[in-house]
Design a protein around this ligand. Sequence first.
Ligand code: FPP
Length: 238
Amino acid sequence: MQSAPPHPPGLHAGLIMDGNGRWAMARGRPREWGHRAGARAVRPVVEAAPDLGIGVLTLYAFSSDNWRRPRREVDSLMSLFRRYLRSETGALAEKDVRLQILGRRDRLAPTLLQTIERSEAATAGGRRLLLRLAVDYSAREALTAAARLCNTTGAGREKLADALGTVVHGGGPAIDVDLLVRTGGEQRLSDFLLWECAYAELFFTPRMWPDFTPADLAMAVRTFHGRQRRFGNVAEAV
Ligand code: FPP
């Protein structure tokens, strides 16, 4: 397997984009309407990310458990992903953004798969931001697959991190998350980047995803910079 090019410098921010359904229902509209509004909220956040010092942005778009949702909602999400990729690829390439899809591909429709492959190829040269969309993603499943790939009882942390990188994004070690943001008021990880979030700073906001703006992301980044990260060590003397 080819090794992945190095990712842009800067923070790795993970975003759990929660609250589309409740946002829509609060307005008397179907959940799909909320997802469409959620898709519109993505672009400004992606555009703002590099100037906030973010080099890798991973968006949780569809978990493997989301297949359990009603067919109509799943179909609408899949078609939103396809449309997003088709409409945004040119602009992403122009803005020097590399797009990568994480997660299982074998359960995606051939048309979506083809669109994904085209978008990834068209943006492969992007060096300003690595934008990763997690679709049909499960951290537990990725870890299980990585352990299987190691296939040795003595495999250490680094080997597993490499195997996880291979499983999740086709090469290079897993990328540790610095800042994990979840919108929508819930405070949990929901099977997102469990290994990579080992030392992530967590930021939860009650704001529903369709209302999330670059200013909210900027606030999360400011909060991050105000935290003291110790990685298991003791606090530095002041
Ligand atoms: C969680 O909200 C959100 C999802 C399962 C889908 C996320 C999708 C988008 C933000 C739109 C499309 C994205 C792209 C990249 C084009 P929820 O439905 O669980 O909301 P709820 O908790 O209020 O029910």
